[in-house]
Design a protein around this ligand. Structure first.
Ligand code: YXS
Length: 259
């Protein structure tokens, strides 16, 4: 059973995350459905993609499926992790991807939204970046994505506090493009998509790839990469990482010992 809905109208493809029982947690299964839908919509010559939750959703997505985070000493966010795959796909597909957000957005889902090309958020929506709350050693590509979208002091506050910020604050700090009343969310998104769909798909595809290649040209030495990976390995091998996940399942605040 698909955990998403898909439709295509006037070359605008819409993918609705629709796994309500786990608040659209980004499980491998849900992300597999999203990736298949994106592929099908592009084959049907969609010129814009919209990623959304069902109308009235209180939670856009609860982030990475915590049940799928390994606790046996394996890296929880490797290159082939479904979350990493869907983020790379959003960044690499040759059409603009618009995140249409209502409700709360958590953890890895914040990065998914952030890596969409344009974000239209409803008043009352919120964003929480949660690695520090769960003790998760976030991956380099993910941190770079946050750095590219948000000024460093703001990214540090959001990541270190792991607290939700409002759509209005997100607009102030440049995290989202537009904040609109919930009643106008679909219309505002559709108008934006239609404007883009009337322009040259070839020129837009080139512009998107130019912006991706030029914005990701970040100098990272092999030594710097290895050093960060060794720091991450210490964390996903730590008691704190296991405590973070255990506290989530036991529905209690984590007690981190710093080891
Ligand atoms: O207890 P049952 O079986 O009914 O399941 C509950 C939750 O366990 C489940 N659920 C999730 N399952 C897997 N992964 C998740 N991320 C997740 N979130 C929720 O959904 C059922 C209903 O949840 P419940 O009872 O808490 O609903 P609620 O309405 O009281 O609260 C909704 C939320 C979203 C505020 C609450 O579920 C919540 O705080 N969820 C976790 C949000 C979060 O911290 N996400 C980060 C996931 S880890 C991640 O994204 C990255 C690895 S990182 O952390 O590094 O950014």
């Amino acid at each position: 059973m698909a955990l998403i809905q898909k439709n295509l109208v006037d070359r605008v493809g819409t993918i609705t995350l629709d796994n309500r029982k786990s608040h659209n947690a980004l499980s491998g299964e849900l992300i597999g459905d999203v990736l298949r839908a994106m592929d099908e919509l592009l084959k049907d010559e969609a010129r814009v993609l919209v990623l959304r939750a069902p109308a009235g959703a209180k939670v856009w997505s609860a982030g990475h499926d915590v049940k799928e985070l390994p606790t046996d000493g394996r890296d929880p966010l490797t290159y082939n992790d479904p979350l990493r795959q869907v983020i790379r796909t959003i960044q690499e597909v040759p059409v603009p991807v618009i995140a249409m957000v209502e409700g709360s957005v958590w953890g890895g889902a914040c990065e998914v939204v952030l890596c969409c090309d344009i974000i239209v958020a409803a008043e009352g929506s919120s964003f929480a970046m949660t690695p520090a709350k769960l003790g998760v050693p976030y991956d380099i590509a993910g941190v770079l994505n946050f750095m590219q979208r948000i000024d460093l002091p703001i990214a540090k506050e959001l990541l270190f506090t792991a607290q939700p910020i409002s759509a209005e604050r997100a607009l102030d700090v440049g995290f989202v493009n537009h904040v609109v009343p919930i009643a106008e969310l679909e219309t505002a998104t559709a108008e934006l998509a239609a404007q883009i769909g009337r322009n040259s798909p070839l020129a837009i595809a080139l512009l998107k790839e130019q912006l991706r290649v030029l914005s990701t040209a970040t100098p990272l030495t092999p030594e710097g990469f290895e050093r960060i990976q060794s720091l991450r390995r210490k964390i996903y091998d730590s008691a704190d990482y296991r405590e973070g996940l255990r506290s989530f399942f036991e529905k209690r605040p984590p007690v981190f010992q710093g080891k």
